[in-house]
Design a protein around this ligand. Structure first.
Ligand SMILES: O=P(O)(O)OC[C@H]1O[C@H](OP(=O)(O)OP(=O)(O)O)[C@H](O)[C@@H]1O
Ligand SMILES: Nc1nc2[nH]cnc2c(=O)[nH]1
Length: 176
């Protein structure tokens, strides 16, 4: 059990399970994009760790870029996604892979969809380490998902509770 601010969290996903999920997504991305020179577009802050680990395993040429969006306060979404740092690279006619730590309601993705449509990208897909199918309310297909998880609040491996927990190498869930 660990404590972050006022909440307790219990172990939920081990390092080995995380490794396996990363390897699965990396092998799918290698199969689909190895000769495509894609742009990996990481969504800060949460995706920094997954982006690093999955992109390291990519075997072709690629470029890496980041945007910073935020909508979570405490343990729930505010529903309003703020763009805190926008795109700083031309993506016209490029194949883009959005790199997310987690897809939950899909609100963040919807905001990125808007950004990418304006850019005139060739196409884009999402690669996320964690996916909550019960919470996801949008149409866009999540093509690459490392692990499907229940609708619980988690921390670790990039994910925070009010700023804490991003450095944890395992994933924990809120104690009920
Ligand atoms: O599908 P959604 O309900 O939109 O949730 C997913 C988003 O929530 C988290 O970001 P957050 O807003 O907590 O910002 P952070 O990455 O800086 O922690 C996570 O990194 C995803 O980007
Ligand atoms: N830390 C954290 N951020 C999230 N953003 C969307 N879902 C989650 C979650 O379960 N945990």
């Amino acid at each position: 059990m660990i404590q972050l601010h006022d909440l307790q969290f219990e172990p939920f996903i081990s390092e080995a399970e995380i490794e396996e999920a990363i390897a699965k997504v990396a092998s799918q991305l290698n199969a689909d994009y190895k000769d495509e020179n894609p742009v990996f577009l990481g969504v800060l802050n949460g995706a920094f760790m997954f982006a690093s680990d999955v992109i390291k395993r990519f075997e072709g040429d690629c470029e890496v870029s980041f945007v910073k969006l935020g909508s979570y306060e405490g343990t729930s979404t505010t529903g309003a996604v703020k763009t805190l740092l926008g795109l700083n690279q031309q993506l016209k006619e490029r194949r883009v892979i959005i790199i997310e730590d987690i897809v939950d309601t899909g609100n963040t993705l919807e905001e990125i969809n808007k950004i990418l449509k304006k850019e005139g990208v060739a196409d884009y897909q999402v690669a996320t380490l964690f996916f909550k199918p019960e919470a996801y309310k949008k149409e866009f297909n999540i093509k690459y998902a490392g692990l499907e998880i229940p609708n619980k609040f988690i921390v670790g491996y990039g994910l925070d509770y009010d700023g804490l927990g991003r450095n944890l190498t395992k994933v924990y869930k809120r104690k009920e």
